[in-house]
Design a protein around this ligand. Structure first.
Ligand code: FRU
Length: 411
């Protein structure tokens, strides 16, 4: 599996669709959409495949997209990927990125697929890489952002609008200097009265404390009047996080779910030999901090968890802060000289080290499951998400700090 898709709350149920390559743990089969539902974002039930690449306009994959609930119907928008056989570069020729609209009365039964945008509808400076529609309704208008790569290799977001969800027109594009060759999976949302534009840039230069992964994922604060953006803030500093999507839950809170994976990485996931790979993050509620940054709060009250379920470590540091280390099996979380680092031994399967610069650690929440680690730092101001594959149930040891263990994993 890869990206979460079509996240929404509809008639009492959460729908979590996702990119699914059935039958190939390495993702080589054509992408479908798989489907989970949940009453509460804690317990999920798999419902099967909803979209397969079965029309000419999505013949090489039903790629990522989103869902909007309007007048008792679920509207899904996704990208139909087409790769023509031949000697093409598949960047400027040989590829189609078709946007497709499907309507569902109940979240399960789907209408026929309707193609609403094709490559000829995008601005002339776009390459063939245009995908991942995120749609919302604002002031009675349908609005869409699409991720794109220009012919001169810049990542950008295309803004479209519509009065009728089958009839879209281009409004304008948004880019930023030196921010990679392609932006995937855009998302535009409001939080605490501010507007944010999230994107997944590919092709950023890797630095010691920034853009440490092959591909990146972050958000700009977005000026709606000028369509201008701030500097990018990263959503996550771990090894495995990409293609997040946000939506509103039943309480009107903005929730983010990310893909806990990373394309083209040098590290691996040994589950491929068992026929599967990757997972999604725990859903996270987004909150705005006073400094305009976004905090992510896991939608899991770890105190609810009893023995036999995932465990969390809670750490409070009120005194003077010296160096400290927390080990979860052979995963080492080390704070020293204003840097928090996460490194692995053999359980990391090639994952080496990731770092966050942070002058003080106020609190840490560490959610550990049998092959995942999600570390929430300072109320979720920084997050590090990683897969790891310990042989045994990892034990937690703290050195230089104290921790309350709220539960322990045993499956
Ligand atoms: C991001 C992505 C999207 C695309 C999908 C295909 O991980 O590359 O841009 O729609 O995955 O599975």
């Amino acid at each position: 599996m890869n990206d979460p898709n079509g996240l929404c709350f509809f008639e009492g149920l959460y729908h979590v669709f996702f990119q699914y390559s059935p039958g190939s743990a390495d993702g080589t089969t054509k992408r479908c959409w798989g489907h989970f539902v949940s009453p509460d974002l804690k317990w999920f039930e798999y419902k099967g495949i909803v979209f397969r690449p079965d029309i000419p306009e999505d013949s090489d994959g039903a790629f990522s997209g989103s869902a909007v609930v309007k007048d008792g119907k679920m509207h899904i928008f996704y990208t139909g990927n087409v790769e023509h056989p031949g000697n093409y570069d598949y960047i400027n020729e040989g590829r189609e990125g078709n946007q497709i609209h499907v309507v569902s009365p109940d979240g399960f039964e789907m209408s026929p697929k309707k193609v609403i945008l094709k490559n000829r509808d995008y601005p002339d400076d776009c390459s063939c890489h245009v995908r991942d529609p995120k749609v919302w309704i604002e002031d009675g208008k349908w609005k869409m952002v699409l991720g794109a790569r220009t012919k001169d290799d810049r990542g950008e977001v295309l803004f479209f609008e519509a009065a009728d969800p089958d009839d879209w027109h281009f409004v304008r594009s948004v880019t930023a200097p030196d921010m990679g060759y392609m932006w995937e999976c855009p998302d535009l949302f409001e939080l605490g009265g501010k507007t944010f534009l999230a994107v997944c840039p590919q092709g950023l230069d890797h630095e010691e404390f920034k853009y440490q992964n092959t591909f990146s994922s972050g958000y700009f604060s977005f000026d709606r009047d000028n369509y201008s953006v701030s500097d990018l803030e990263e959503f996550d500093y771990g090894f495995d996080f990409y293609a997040p999507q946000t939506f509103l839950d039943a309480n009107g809170d903005r929730i983010l779910i990310g893909w806990m994976g990373m394309g083209d990485s040098r590290y691996s996931n040994p589950t491929t030999s068992l026929g599967w790979q990757h997972c999604l993050t725990i859903p996270r509620r987004l909150e705005l901090e006073e400094d305009g940054r976004i905090c992510q709060i896991p939608l899991v009250d770890y105190c609810e968890y009893k023995e036999g379920e995932p465990f969390a470590v809670v750490l409070d540091q009120n005194e003077e802060q010296g160096p400290f280390t927390i080990c979860v099996g052979d995963a080492v979380l080390r704070f020293e000289n204003e840097v928090l680092s996460l490194s692995f031994g053999s359980s990391g399967c090639g994952r080496d080290i990731r770092k966050v610069r942070c002058s003080r650690i106020r609190d840490l929440k560490i959610l550990v499951d049998s092959s995942s680690l999600e570390i929430f730092i300072n109320g979720g101001r920084f997050v590090m998400s990683s897969r790891f594959y310990p042989d045994n149930i990892p034990s937690v040891e703290c050195c230089g700090c104290s921790a309350d263990i709220a539960g322990i994993l045993c499956s």
